[in-house]
Ligand binder design. Sequence first.
Ligand SMILES: [Zn+2]
Length: 234
Amino acid sequence: MHAAVSGWTESAGLLTEPRMAALGLKHGFTTRRSGNMKSPERRAAAAASLGMSEPLTLKQVHGTAILDAAPENAGKEGDGWLLSTPGPAAAVYAADCVPLFLWSDDGRAAGVFHAGWRGTAKGMAAAAVAAFRDRLGIPASRLSAAVGPHAGPCCYKVGAELEKEFPASSFVRRDGALYLDLAASTRRQLVEAGLSEENAAVAAPCTISNPEDYFSFRRDKQDARLLALLSLGS
Ligand SMILES: [Zn+2]
């Protein structure tokens, strides 16, 4: 099956992003059809079907720590991976949170990051752009971004206590309720960090309103996970 979803293409239960694919960047985002990525077997199978080795994962803590994709960093606390040399594949879990991919225009550096409302409020997208600049000398003007499926403003109702965490442009108000638009907040951070509007134009389907396609922590009240995978090859 091939179906375009907000810039993503689905094949055999895995989503890939055409701009990343065109640069030869191995990557993907799983769907419900790939199963719960907490399972090591499912994880290995998803990686294998994307032509990758089994990916390194992190103890995700809703922060902004970004680690280099080296074997010794596997399982450490953090919410993002930076890849700049051929080596192991790396991945972050999501199920409503934003899986963010960033890559350089020559496809020689890329990263994958996880941010729910806490990570987004702490500035994960901005921290990711800064990591490319500070660690790899790659300016924001050479970066492009994509986000995978996450809780969208159609469903992601939040309490008024979050209003102080984000600018007003991150919210949608409907019927007296407040909905958080994580993609809008991510786009704003990316543009403020120096990406062009075009390269920061991230959008993706909603995990909550597409139960046949995605797990959702909020909807399902259980912790089945989707996975965003990335590799520069080995
Ligand atoms: Zn929705």
